[in-house]
Design a protein around this ligand. Structure first.
Ligand SMILES: Nc1ncnc2c1ncn2[C@@H]1O[C@H](COP(=O)(O)OP(=O)(O)O)[C@@H](O)[C@H]1O
Ligand SMILES: [Mg+2]
Length: 256
């Protein structure tokens, strides 16, 4: 399988003041094959979010190279980079930001309307299909205040899928959800991944990471280890508990 993401010697630092720099990402090398479901764990402040933002082109790196889908994004101008994100990437966050005066359906279609790639009719049709796949078809006319956290996260996933992204990036997407909603969201992401979309999630939650295929561990701006669990096959009654135990004992061994 070819790599959708190839990161070479990525460094990111912030200047604290004129003479002091804080290194947040240090010499990161990473390859992600197309179709993989990856999670990133690590203590708070270890650089997980910064890694996600720099490899997805939301934030600039200090040095190094990132190739996404065969294209070197390190040197792309801002506008080209923004277009690439719009065309090929999807993002989900812990808190979804929705416009209060719009229905959930309108929130999902908005950026595609603005992109103007397809007719509004086709865009609405796709949004309704996605809402139905995510089990929230009946919510299309509701507004933000009329849905639960888990339902809003499904709205976020629908919105992220509108452009048929090659890769989805998630920063703690289940961080604000209870365990039932978390498990439902992970089942949906698993399905999306099985249909071919590469996914990279930042998470604190062993239960979440245990449902991904490959777990990276960050410490102080470096990837210090990784664990390959293989794809989680929920439909084949794959043993989630066993995966969690395996991951927990590895984390313990890694000193987490
Ligand atoms: N915009 C910024 N300016 C300065 N320092 C930052 C900025 N963003 C993050 N940092 C620092 O980078 C480090 C890693 O942050 P982050 O990537 O958010 O970690 P994590 O997601 O693992 O909690 C932290 O020490 C944080 O304080
Ligand atoms: Mg973070």
């Amino acid at each position: 399988m070819k790599d959708i993401l190839e990161v070479n010697n990525l460094n990111k630092s912030y200047s604290l003041n004129k003479s002091e720099e804080q290194a947040v990402l240090r010499n990161i090398d990473l390859r992600i094959p197309e179709g993989q479901f990856v999670s990133v764990m690590g203590a708070s402040g270890s650089g997980k979010s910064t890694l996600l933002y720099t490899i997805s082109g939301m934030d600039r790196m200090t040095s190094g190279q990132v190739r996404f889908d065969q294209e070197d994004i390190s040197s792309l101008p801002d506008k080209t980079l923004a277009a690439l994100r719009r065309n090929k990437m999807g993002f989900i966050f812990q808190q979804i930001h929705l416009l209060k005066n719009l229905t959930l359906l309108d929130n999902i279609v908005l950026s595609e309307y603005l992109a103007g790639r397809e007719s509004r009719k086709a865009i609405n049709r796709r949004a309704r299909e996605l809402m139905s796949e995510m089990g929230i078809a009946e919510l299309e006319d509701r507004d933000v205040t009329q849905a639960s956290g888990g339902q809003l996260q499904r709205v976020g996933i629908c919105r992220a899928l509108m452009n048929r992204p090659k890769m989805i990036f998630g920063d703690e997407p289940t961080g604000a959800l209870n365990s039932k909603a978390t498990s439902e969201i992970m089942a949906l992401l698993g399905r999306i991944n099985r249909s071919g979309t590469t996914i990279l999630l930042v998470t604190h939650d062993v239960k979440v990471a245990a449902r991904t295929e490959r777990v990276l561990l960050m410490e102080d701006g470096r990837i210090v280890g990784e664990q390959h669990l293989g794809k989680y096959e929920q439909d084949r009654n794959d043993d989630a508990k066993l995966r969690e135990e395996k991951l927990s004992s590895w984390l313990l061994q890694m000193g987490v």
